[in-house]
Design a protein. Structure first.
Length: 347
């Protein structure tokens, strides 16, 4: 039998639905970390300097009490910047107990933390879940054994995989943070990282291309010629493919690239940082998905109708994706935008 060509192909954006909710970040720079990672400089990454945990606790309690009086809108809470589950002297429990009443009242609807994959156990996670924790984001950075060793992460691929299983076993949502371009990592290894992340059924993921920050051990390695960051074009290409795979696996990617803090921009020595990195990668991933649909259509498309809400992602940053769509036979005039939520390819 001959395969039939289709005159019309209707499809949705490949990304999972995103629940837009404001998140209250609680920064704990370096807190609980067993050592400083070669690439890390938390003050530049978060715009926050380390503070005593007692001061963070007191400020959080006061701020939430004030926020409840001023706002009726619920929000999520996130503990970032350190290794939350390795905080000393039962501080993880104390922080969660501090916010427990706010969650019970409905003001806080979701609580997450970030931590290392070698700093958790199932009993610990179950205990934190009972206190209101909903999600654990694991700073895995890579599942590649060579990259983990060269970067001095201090754990193995198997430990990272086991940690993902522990989060699931404890009944918590899983988040995975990856850092493409780590010392010792190849694009092929990153593609395998994406496959591994998809297999772990993470609810969310973050992709942070590795950059060289002033004052870090990686900066000294770079200055000696021992590390070369990935080029920006390569990062957009590899992350675009990776993002599409994560979308297909049902994983919501909530961050691509480091946030444009002024201190961060001043601290970057080298590497693929761009203020619109997220859009560059999303546009690439969407193009790859549309290219797949064009092949499914069976011939050169006559028009592509796109939801207006994705106008900027289709055209790309400064309309850089137009030439890519031309390679599919779609000129700028053949890209139409409408109020529907569907993409429609016409043959």
């Amino acid at each position: 039998m001959h395969s039939q060509k289709r005159d019309t192909l209707v499809f949705q954006h490949p990304a999972p639905p995103v629940e837009h909710k404001r998140v209250w970040p609680v920064f704990l720079p370096f807190a609980g970390c067993p050592f400083r990672c070669v690439y890390c400089s938390q003050p530049e990454l978060t715009g926050q300097n380390p503070k005593p945990l007692r001061a963070v606790y007191s400020n959080l309690e006061q701020s939430l009490n004030l926020a409840v009086k001023k706002s009726v809108h619920s929000l999520g809470l996130a503990f970032y910047g350190g290794t939350f589950t390795a905080l000393p002297n039962a501080w993880p429990e104390r922080f969660l107990e501090c916010v427990q009443a706010f969650k019970q009242s409905g003001f806080l609807t979701h609580i997450r933390c970030s931590t290392r994959p070698d700093a958790i156990t199932v009993p610990m996670l179950k205990r934190l879940k009972a206190l209101g924790l909903d999600m654990v984001e694991l700073g895995i950075q890579s599942f590649d054994e060579h990259a983990l060793t060269i970067s001095g992460r201090g754990y193995t691929r198997q430990q990272a995989l086991d940690a993902c299983a522990m989060v699931h076993d404890a009944g918590l949502e899983l988040g995975i943070q990856l850092m493409p371009g780590l010392p010792g990592q190849t694009p092929e290894a990153f593609a395998q990282d994406i496959q591994a992340a998809c297999a772990q059924q993470a609810k969310v993921a973050r992709l942070y291309p590795c950059v060289v920050l002033r004052g870090t051990p990686l900066a000294r390695i770079h200055e000696r010629g021992g590390y070369t960051p990935w080029a920006q074009d390569s990062v957009v290409r590899e992350l675009g493919q990776g993002l599409l795979q994560l979308w297909k696996a049902g994983t919501t990617v909530i961050r691509i690239g480091l946030a444009p803090e002024q201190d961060l921009q001043n601290a970057i020595i080298a590497g693929p940082w761009h203020p619109a990195m997220g859009q560059l990668v999303r546009s690439r991933a969407l193009f790859l998905a549309i290219a797949e649909k064009c092949r499914e259509l069976g011939s050169t498309p006559r028009e592509l109708h796109c939801p207006e809400r994705y106008h900027s992602d289709v055209l790309g940053h400064k309309k850089t994706m137009l030439s890519e769509y031309e390679s599919l036979g779609l000129s700028a005039k053949q890209l139409r935008f409408h109020s529907s939520s569907d993409f429609v390819l016409l043959r």
